[in-house]
Design a protein. Structure first.
Lengths: 183, 384
């Protein structure tokens, strides 16, 4: 570790907040976490599991001043499975008031089923809200997928938070960390 | 911890580095611990001693390889060739099981200098997963073709891995591998003697100096916000031998003239290299357009596609580049997303290279025609 008198380490990314998900919760929400200290944020989802056996998708939505940012969320992605012949590049999908981070049935049916992701976020722009989700996850079918998922919301609000949650039931375990890159 | 001020547990910690001019394998044992969840492995100027060889790696635990079936999936592009273009995007994917190791980049060409980064999850009790984005020269029936690929890797065991071994299909390999851990210890100590008492990192212009570089991860080296009417966003003499891989973040980039592609040129001292760049990209649409694009053999360094000037139209991206490489090809690759002049969004996985032996010291971003209206570009160097 450092042994110094003062000055910043010039290191990036800077860990700003974390939720170790010590017990099952219906959603994980961070409000007031994004401000203009940074403009590029990374969020890591590590070993996220849900309580339901199957049929779950994990959702994402922006928040500001303690409220959800509603509207039409758009999505495109490129995905491929490591252990099955499933792949695709679907675009122009829409969801109302949230975006879906996973496809296929997700739950606890498969052994060692979990979601991992690095999310690259630009929440402080006054232009369209873009987020890039760099995903690795295992579904109920026991198929494991990698994907780049691009999340779009046509809203000019400079947002200060976000929420992730399952389509039903709880998030059972995992860890979420939020990082900022000095601009 | 021995410091006066705020605990600088920021950044990604460089845990191990290994450079060799010729070795049978790069082995890192005991490097993965519960201190971190997300690890990154960078490889720089990695080269095989022989042509047409594959690169492999295997998880390790307790000093031994972790055996069993490994699987991967793949999509890729060819910046200077139409070879394999008939695959189409969806079937650019393949999955394979390899006993006892992952098969990584294939059929590499000597002198090609493989570059890239992988994020790894070795300490989970769930499936061991990793994801890799790399660029290299591929041997296509004896002809060297620039090649980039995205690979997902899977090893289905609950055993935690504490190491990794990277090795060639035959003979030896050279190059540099580095392993970083992404800090997950939240520092709740607030700063002292700085105006912002809430920050859990030490601000610039603090009192004193740091003699250590632990945990620097990505070090900011420059940032520029464009003014409307600028001909380009340019960085001169920004790349040095202190770093070999650089991260470039694009934010809110927009042209003065409607419907312009954002491109880039490397700079040698003060002179932009305006020669031909080759690229390949995989594109998808979101709002209003579901079309996909498989672009091979492009003689243009396109980063953002036909950005508009109305409303919220702008572009973002996270790019990586190796401008100081001693190999021939200078690569720039990454992920971008933008809204175009038709108010449709387009995301891209891109890879571009410039075939030159020059070590470039700078880079400029410019639109295909007209000036820049807005945008901020920040460049970070990867701690070595």
């Amino acid at each position: 570790m450092s042994n110094y008198l003062g000055v910043e380490n010039k290191g990036n990314p800077v860990l700003l907040a974390k939720n170790p998900i010590s017990s099952a919760v219906s959603s994980i929400t961070f409000d007031g976490i994004f401000d203009d200290t940074f403009s590029e944020y990374w969020v890591t989802l590590y070993d996220i599991t849900v309580s339901a056996a199957s049929g779950i998708q994990v959702y994402f939505k922006w928040r500001n001043s303690g409220s959800d940012i509603t509207g039409t969320y758009y999505r495109d992605q490129i995905y491929a499975s490591m252990n099955s012949a499933n792949s695709g590049q679907p675009g122009n999908a829409t969801y109302t008031d949230y975006n879906a981070l996973t496809d296929f049935s997700f739950g606890t049916d498969a052994t060692r089923e979990a979601l991992n992701s690095i999310m690259y976020l630009f929440p402080r722009t006054a232009n369209m809200k873009f987020a890039i989700h760099d995903n690795l996850y295992t579904a109920d079918s026991s198929n494991t997928y990698m994907s780049y998922l691009f999340n779009v919301l046509d809203d000019t609000t400079k947002v200060d938070g976000f929420s992730i949650y399952p389509s039903s039931g709880n998030i059972a375990s995992g860890e979420v960390c939020i990082y900022g890159y000095k601009k | 911890m021995n410091y006066l001020g705020t605990d600088p547990r920021e950044g990604a910690v460089l845990l191990a580095t290994s450079t060799s001019a010729s070795t049978t394998s790069f082995t890192f044992d005991g490097v993965f611990t519960s201190d971190y969840d997300f690890y990154f492995m960078d490889y720089y100027d990695v080269d095989h001693d022989v042509n047409n060889a594959n690169l492999y790696w295997t998880w390790r635990n307790g000093g031994s390889d972790m055996t069993g079936s490994y699987f991967r999936s793949l999509f890729y592009g060819m910046p200077n060739s139409t070879a394999f273009s008939g695959y189409g995007i969806a079937s650019n994917t393949e999955y394979t099981g390899n006993d006892n190791q992952i098969r990584g980049p294939e059929a590499t060409v000597t002198g090609g200098g493989l570059q890239g980064t992988t994020w790894l999850l070795p300490q989970t009790e769930n499936r061991k997963l990793s994801k890799n984005l790399n660029q290299h020269l591929y041997s296509d029936s004896g002809t060297a073709r620039a090649h980039f690929n995205v690979m997902g890797w899977l090893h289905d065991t609950s055993t935690k891995a504490d190491g990794i071994r990277i090795f060639p299909q035959s003979d030896n390999i050279s190059g540099t591998f580095r392993i970083y851990g992404l800090n997950k210890q939240l520092n709740k100590i607030k700063s002292i003697n700085q105006s912002d008492k809430q920050s859990n990192f030490v601000q610039s212009n603090y009192f004193g100096n740091s003699a250590k570089t632990d945990g620097q991860g990505w070090v900011k080296v420059a940032s520029t916000t464009a003014s409307s009417g600028d001909a380009s966003i340019e960085f001169q003499n920004i790349f040095t031998s202190k770093y070999d891989t650089y991260k470039i973040t694009l934010e809110d980039v927009r042209p003065v003239s409607d419907g312009q592609d954002l491109e880039f040129q490397y700079i040698d001292n003060t002179t932009a290299d305006t020669n031909t760049y080759n690229s390949s990209y995989l594109g998808q649409g979101s709002t209003g357009a579901s079309a996909t694009t498989t672009a091979f053999n492009q003689s243009q360094a396109q980063i953002l596609d036909t950005i508009g000037t109305n409303g919220t139209e702008s572009g973002f991206g996270i790019l990586y580049t190796t401008p100081m490489s001693t190999n021939t090809d200078k690569w720039l690759w990454g992920l971008t997303i933008s809204e175009n002049s038709s108010a449709n969004t387009k995301s891209q996985v891109i890879s571009t290279y410039r075939d030159s032996t020059t070590a470039y010291s700078g880079i400029k971003f410019l639109f295909a025609s007209g000036n820049v209206e807005a945008g901020r570009i920040t460049i970070y160097g990867r701690q070595t």
